[in-house]
Design a protein around this ligand. Structure first.
Ligand code: NI
Ligand code: MN
Length: 217
């Protein structure tokens, strides 16, 4: 399976199916031709242009209902559940974050923020979404043994590098990829410093990708 990070939280998993997660990239659209899209929560910098692909979108109930009003074939689920779409398994994990859907006017309730464990081709990828550190991340490691953990490190709106290091230890994935940083000045971080510290203090390997960069799992 090939994993491509387009920047911010947007990731394409390219295996027997193409799974696009959180299709927002600053100042552009993601031309990836996915088979299925997954959205961690309703914030604009995650939902992005999810409604434009003409493929099923996996999301929490409230976001799924919102997307259906836009004509999307949405697969509704909720935290703790697992569904299979086109042979890909999506398990929705908790995230500590807000979830209002921002639209013109007051917007609407997006339920809860979430993350995903996505299983395809005998690989498990944990995309944490936007979240603070929480100790139940250790259960995600214990239950799903992710091969890679995509963790936000930007700070301010999510955990920062210090918390993400503890998250990486708790999840125990052999590979960590930092996301949700350097998109804007407010979430600027030194990803290479994060990599050096984590590789010095844990058994995890960290892969810092440039936007558009890929790694084969
Ligand atoms: Ni958010
Ligand atoms: Mn965000």
């Amino acid at each position: 399976m090939k994993l491509t990070w387009f920047g911010h939280s947007c990731v394409l998993l390219d295996g027997s199916r193409k799974v696009l997660v959180d299709p927002f990239i600053p100042g552009g659209s993601v031309a990836a031709g996915p088979d299925v899209v997954a959205v961690t929560h309703g914030h604009a910098d995650h939902m992005g242009d999810a409604a434009s692909y003409g493929v099923p979108v996996v999301a929490i109930n409230e976001v799924a209902k919102y997307l259906r009003t836009k004509g999307v074939d949405a697969e509704a689920m909720n935290i703790g559940g697992t569904i299979e779409v086109k042979g890909v398994r999506f398990t929705m994990t908790p995230a500590l974050h807000s979830a209002w859907i921002e639209e013109a006017g007051i917007g609407c309730n997006g339920g809860c923020a979430a993350g995903f464990v996505i299983r395809m081709d005998d690989k498990a990828v944990y995309h944490a979404g936007d979240t603070a550190l929480f100790s139940d991340m250790s259960l995600i490691g214990e239950l799903y043994h992710p091969d890679v953990a995509l963790l936000p490190i930007g700070g301010r709106f999510t955990m920062g590098p210090e918390e993400a290091m503890v998250a990486a230890r708790m999840i125990g994935a052999p590979l960590v990829i930092p996301i949700h940083y350097n998109t804007w000045p407010a979430i600027e971080q030194d990803a290479d410093g994060f990599r050096r510290t984590i590789e010095r203090t844990t058994d995890c390997r960290v892969c810092v990708l440039a936007p558009g960069g890929s790694i084969t799992l």
